[in-house]
Ligand binder design. Structure first.
Ligand code: GLC
Length: 751
């Protein structure tokens, strides 16, 4: 009887976590329990990518449960191009593959927020159904320099495009009732020495460029979490930076979610909690003990711990784990593959087309380039995905009814057997920070000559894969290799001698040098890393089944040296280990900022990133401008209208812009309207133009028109000056353009 009374008493005394009793639960938690919630369960194998076997095998990390108060563990898993968990598990023949979606850069190349949202919805469903609570995505650092190893995960050089794509992605994922972790907050724009590099940036460039993208995503989509980055910002580590994580993120932007460290990021646990970095992942005993000691010896006031615990519990009560969701472990991968295909279709950018495309599937196609037979679906590191399959271009063309020239097909098929094995042997030994080994570009000259006689056209794929933990080498990654240029030259000579066309497919994670070889190609299709359905999407673009509608989310300069950040970006040195991530691991927080671009990086170009630089300070010196992309049809724009709306209060004033787009060609197609604004630039220096809105049309049939509507909040035209936003009065020019170099349709107005 006594035990029953005691049990009853106990059950009354110890409440369990509910959405509406968080303060009470916080008051009941011991210091040790609070530290256990804030510091993660640790990674079983720190291979650089968060690995965790608590909850879901192969996920990235988890929080500790506190069963006595009904607080469950929640699980985090990567990554931006799809959920990354172990595809197989010991003791069962069930598999746990996840859809490999197009990389972030390709999602941005669609300029289509609706399709990006649909990718998020599908990806978020896999997060839910495989039992994960928070997806560690999207990655959205600005493309400051083309050699950054993680640019494939990121969206753009422009903060508006980046922010809008990220917001759509977050809304899509979170519509499933699971969380996202928008990363890496902030200024994580290089991989070299990423754990220790100090990003030195003006507050204006931070607010208008590097933080602005995150601000748009936070204000529009309220991501459940943000991930603080590995680097320092003006001498203070991002995860220990109260200005960044509390003053800007929460006080200025109204962020109501949780900040989680990058895995193993930061050093001073007390400083992290004080700064407002709520969760320490993946977590370790050392971090746990450091937190407890800091409270006990008075270095960290309990109020900061309680603020983080409160936010952590507010996150936990939203998660499927708390709601007791019965996940199926059987998401509809077939349906999601269709979403993947549709997004890849829209992200392909037609860079050049001198009468070559669309072509096929009739006739005979000569398919060249090792990458045509080993397509690259995505990049390496935590942004990788265990996909159920990858459709290479050979398969994509065959499935679409293309007849392949047999001599080349037989050669490459046999050659790739050996090459795949050789690469696998090399890759098998590599830690994840080194690029995947690529097959060596080889083909006998006589096969090219023979193919030129019997085929109707040539298609050559150039591939590049790189990823987390290291930046790209200028010569081995950004420039084309001599073998590749030779292949293009021999193919062009042989096929042009027969009056036949050559199309180059760029299956790359980021920009490569174009100017030196592009004249060899009659057509160039940039298909990025399109995910598991890549071969089908490229075949559809080649045949015209799909009319390419992608636009560049970054500038492609004529030479690397023309890049505004080239003088302030690290160059990978042959004589040093590639993965400087761990290069300058100095004891504790002590920093000796002695090595330029490694210990610190000077963002000397300030706000002049990408087209903001090329359009203002280096006119015309680009291979392909930001926003560029061709179509198989043509469009006419007319009736640009601008209307000032909104109430008297400054911050709700908007410019309503409309424009009519007509398909004047013979094929259905989609167009993209890019709305730039040119500010007076008298009282403060301003770029020649800045993107302030964009719209993608629905599919327009030949002769069909539609009117696109865009809204520009007036406050988005302000500049950061003397510690605040200020709007310059005067004459503004609104420019509806096809790309950053296009004169476009213009209207002036006074603000
Ligand atoms: C990695 C990455 C981060 C990833 C995390 C977990 O080091 O920087 O993007 O989400 O750790 O794998």
């Amino acid at each position: 009887m006594l035990t029953i009374i005691l049990a009853a008493a106990l059950s009354v005394a110890t409440p369990v976590l509910r959405e509406d009793n968080i303060p009470q639960i916080v008051s009941l938690l011991t210091l040790e329990e609070k530290a256990a919630i804030l510091v993660g369960c640790g990674s079983t194998a720190f291979d650089g990518i968060g690995r965790n076997d608590v909850g879901v095998k192969g996920s990235a990390g988890a929080t500790h449960p506190i069963p006595r108060l009904g607080i469950p563990s929640i699980v985090f898993a990567d990554g931006p191009a799809g959920l990354r968990i172990d595809p197989v598990r010991p003791g069962t023949d069930k598999t746990y593959y996840c859809t490999g979606f197009p990389i972030g850069t390709m999602l941005a190349s669609t300029w289509n927020t609706a399709i990006v949202r649909s990718v998020g919805e599908a990806m978020g469903n896999e997060v839910l159904e495989y039992g994960v609570d928070v997806l560690l995505a999207p990655g959205m650092n600005i493309h400051r320099n083309p050699l950054c190893g993680r640019n494939f995960e990121y969206f753009s050089e422009d903060p508006l495009l980046c922010g809008e794509i990220a917001a759509a992605y977050v809304q899509g994922v979170q519509s499933n009732g699971v969380g996202t972790s928008v990363k890496h907050f902030a200024l994580n724009n290089q991989e070299l020495n990423r754990l220790h590099n100090d990003a030195r940036v003006s507050e204006r460039a931070a607010r208008e460029i590097y933080l602005r993208a995150f601000e748009i995503a936070v204000r529009k989509a309220q991501p459940w979490t943000l991930m603080s980055s590995y680097n320092y910002i003006n001498g203070v580590h991002a995860s220990e930076n109260r200005w960044l994580l509390t003053d800007v993120l929460r006080d200025d932007w109204g962020f109501r979610g949780v900040v989680v460290t990058d895995w193993g990021g930061g050093y001073d646990t007390a400083a992290q909690i004080h700064a407002g970095n709520d969760l320490i992942q993946s977590g370790s005993d050392a971090r746990y003990n450091a937190l407890i000691e800091a409270v006990k010896d008075g270095r960290l006031a309990m109020e900061y711990v309680d603020a983080c615990v409160t936010r952590a519990l507010e996150l936990i009560v939203k998660c499927p784990a708390f709601r007791g969701y019965k996940f199926s472990e059987a998401p509809d991968l077939e349906a999601h593959a269709k979403v993947c295909r549709a997004a890849a279709d829209e992200g392909i950018v037609l860079l050049k087309n001198h009468g070559a495309l669309p072509a096929g599937p009739d006739g005979v196609t000569a398919l060249l380039g090792v990458t045509s037979y080993a397509f690259i679906a995505g990049g390496t590191g935590s942004g990788d995905v265990h996909r159920p399959y990858v459709v290479d271009l050979r398969q994509g063309l065959s499935d679409a009814g293309f007849k392949l020239e047999s001599g080349l097909d037989e050669f490459y098929t046999a050659y790739m057997q050996d090459e795949r094995w050789r690469c696998k042997m090399i890759d098998g030994n590599n830690s994840w920070v080194i690029d995947r080994e690529r097959p060596i570009e080889v083909v006998p000259d006589e096969l090219i000559k023979q193919a030129a006689l019997t085929s109707d056209r040539a298609v050559v794929t150039i591939g590049r894969v790189f990823g987390e933990g290291k930046d790209r080498d200028l010569y081995y990654s950004y420039m084309l290799q001599e073998r590749e240029v030779e292949l293009l030259r021999k193919t062009a000579d042989a096929f042009h001698a027969q009056g036949k066309k050559v199309t180059v497919i760029l299956n790359v994670g980021g920009v490569v040098e174009m100017a030196s070889w592009q004249d060899l190609a009659d057509a160039i299709l940039l298909c990025w890393q399109p995910g598991e359905e890549g071969g089908h999407s490229v075949a559809s673009a080649l045949s015209g089944e799909v009319n390419p509608s992608g636009r560049l989310p970054m500038t492609i300069s004529r030479r690397y040296e023309d890049e505004p950040s080239a003088a302030n970006f690290p160059r990978v040195f042959e004589d040093k280990p590639f993965n400087y991530s761990f290069y300058r691991r100095l004891e504790g927080n002590k920093k000796d900022y002695v090595v330029k671009d490694i210990d610190y990086t000077d963002y000397a170009e300030d706000i002049y990133v990408g087209y903001r630089y090329f359009g203002t300070k280096a006119r015309g010196a680009v291979a392909y401008p930001f926003g560029y992309g061709l179509s198989y049809t043509s469009f006419r724009w007319s009736d640009l209208k601008i209307e000032k709306t909104g109430s008297l209060s400054e911050d709700s004033k908007c410019l309503k812009v409309s424009l009519t787009v007509t398909n004047t060609g013979k094929r259905a197609g989609k167009d993209v309207v890019e709305l730039y604004v040119k500010a007076p630039g008298r009282s403060i220096d301003k770029p020649e133009r800045e993107l302030k809105a964009f719209a993608k049309t629905p599919l327009l049939e030949p002769g069909q028109s539609c009117t696109v509507q865009m809204t520009v909040p007036v406050e988005s035209l302000a500049s950061w000056e003397n510690g605040a936003w200020s709007l310059e009065k005067g004459r503004y020019r609104i420019i509806a353009a096809r790309n950053a170099s296009d004169k476009g349709l213009r209207k002036a107005l006074r603000l």
